[in-house]
Write a protein that binds this ligand. Sequence first.
Ligand code: AMP
Length: 237
Amino acid sequence: MGVVEDVLPQYGAQETIGLKAIILLGAPGAGKGTLAEGIKARTKFIHISTGDMLRDAVKKGSAIGREAETFMKRGELVPDDVILRLVEERLDQGSPDDEYLFDGFPRTLEQAEMLSASLRRRGSRVMAVFSLEAPRELLISRLCGRRLCRQCGASYHVVNIPPRKAGICDVCGGELYQRADDQESTILNRLEVFTRQTESLIAYYEGMKVLIRVDAAQHRDLAVEAIVGHIRKLPSV
Ligand code: AMP
């Protein structure tokens, strides 16, 4: 199974759209980060991961990082106002014809509505939302085995994508670590939070006719291929 639904809206050839935005929507473990890397390598999209931005803010000890840290440790969502500040600041730094690939954002209906409003102000809109779908057991096993490089952020799995040398990054030789929120009890909470929040998001984007369901259990190269195929159909990408 590849893409199981294809409901891309049709845009008129004469229509001009500035900044473009697409979204990867998926449970923790669905492969948002990995697929984003594959998409980035083949398109001009700029990857915006609110999870990465928050981890960076926590590491730096910034005001946003201090506000976010306790929520993140528990696997809870960081409050909408904090996330929106983060994203707005990032979009303000960009240029009008940037193409954005959001990963892990929006997570709530409020965030989705604020994103729509923000893009509208910038003469744009969400053009496609890829809903990455995979069975719960697969998500749990991916998250429990996930290891990341402290230096370059490359992602591994102890069984599925092991590094050549245990604990060491193939790319840069950095040390691999397990994310604090990839412990089993936190994982279950994150999945629960995701399921609770996502129904309204799916309905919202289905209503906008931009939702595309993608089988995220298939090999990552196939999933990237399916997504890039859809992106190529968007106007002038
Ligand atoms: P992720 O790397 O996307 O799994 O995010 C890690 C954690 O950061 C989540 O469990 C949340 O605590 C927080 N987070 C990331 N993105 C968002 C968001 N859009 N809204 C609220 N919390 C977020």
